[in-house]
Design a binder for this molecule. Structure first.
Ligand code: KG4
Ligand code: ZN
Length: 341
């Protein structure tokens, strides 16, 4: 098998253009991120066509700058990993086309990475990576899932959201509260000024067995509470706080259940919502109560980034897995299926 030391990772599934270099023995050599959030902010959400066009503008200069800063040349690359799904199809196709073409020109293997797999493997980039098996709480803008992870490629879905993802609930509730996009960090800031005992939101689906989630009702609860409340900035902060506490509490209750149900004493939280400080603090407390290890990526690798793609792609490429030379991207891609479906 040809050597697999240096892998370029490319992430373009949504509104961040991310690139990174992962080295077999030296670890992460560098990463770059261009966030499109100001581009989409006036629309209150990601506009797919604007996202694709901006990835086209940013991606190649980002790769060139990354290689230069790491003092590497394209010829030094041994493999390329790009996000092949799930995500916005036009945005995914930009990364897939660039990654595939570069691999073709350099005559090196390339692999399409599952975006959520990359999220759940991201804590492996930290100084003390989690051992297997672990339970992963994946909380992003598009997904809320609990997964049993036995090893790379060994994933069992334990539960998931039946409607909105946790991040989506943050974004929609932020819009109701007149906050900008992305909603998660904005709600976190506003909630810090809220009073703890003013409102109490429900903890959806915690009163019945199982590990599935439902977050759309919380957004409706926020809308109704807001409609009945006086137009007062303090009240808005109180609502943000009650909403945040309900989401965090619900996630923690289900994580505790998942640890108990699997008998595993190791939890990984990943995806954009895992950057939330309230959630991280509550998970730390859960770890102490259950005597379980808690792992999460550094905050910049919780949200979308190229480093997690380079790392997950490296693990697959080093195991000899690569895809045939076709440009494949999937807007919807269930865990466990091959990228070609
Ligand atoms: O993983 P990610 O960057 O993209 C997807 O794969 O979807 O997650 C983005 C989501 C957004 O919904 C955003 O509002 C949420 O993560 N998010 C947060 C925080 N930072 C990002 N939610 C709560 N608290 C945060 N600090
Ligand atoms: Zn993501």
């Amino acid at each position: 098998m040809p050597k697999m030391e240096l892998v370029l990772g490319i992430e373009t599934s949504c509104d961040e253009t991310g690139v990174a270099l992962y080295h077999a023995s030296r670890g992460l050599l560098g990463h770059r991120l261009f966030s499109q959030s100001t581009l989409h902010a006036p629309y209150g959400g990601v506009v797919p066509e604007l996202a694709s066009r901006d990835h086209v503008r940013r991606l190649v200069p980002l790769i060139a700058g990354l290689l230069e800063s790491a003092r590497m040349r394209p010829a030094d690359l041994d493999g390329i990993a790009y996000t092949a799904g799930p995500g916005l199809i036009g945005a995914l196709l930009v990364g897939a086309a660039v990654g595939r073409s570069l691999a073709w020109a350099l005559d090196i293997p390339a692999v399409g990475v599952h975006h959520m797999e990359a999220h759940l493997l991201a804590p492996g980039l930290e100084p003390r990576p989690p051992e297997y098996p672990f339970v992963a709480l994946l909380v992003s803008g598009g997904h809320t899932q609990l997964v049993r992870v036995g090893g790379v490629g060994d994933y069992t879905l334990l539960g998931e959201s039946l409607d909105d993802a946790a991040g989506e609930a943050f974004d929609k509730t932020a819009t109701l509260l007149g906050l900008g996009y992305p909603g998660g960090p904005a709600i976190e800031r506003l909630a810090a000024m809220g009073r703890a005992d003013r409102y109490r939101f429900p903890r959806p689906m915690t009163d019945r067995a199982g590990l599935d989630f439902s977050f759309s009702g919380l957004k409706t609860f926020a809308a109704n509470t807001l409609a009945e409340a006086p137009p007062d900035p303090q009240i808005r902060a109180d609502i943000a706080r009650a909403f945040l506490e309900a989401v965090v509490d619900t996630l923690v209750i289900k994580c505790r259940r998942a640890l108990k149900a699997t008998g595993i004493k190791r939890l990984v939280a990943a995806g954009g919502v895992s950057a939330n400080q309230a959630l991280r603090a509550r998970l730390r407390a859960l770890g102490e109560e259950e005597q379980a290890e808690i792992h999460y990526p550094r905050p910049e690798f919780c949200t979308d980034n190229g480093a997690m793609i380079a790392y997950a792609g490296y693990l697959h490429l080093a195991a000899g897995q690569a895809d045939p030379p076709a440009i494949i991207a999937r807007a919807r891609w269930p865990f466990g299926e091959s990228p070609a479906g």
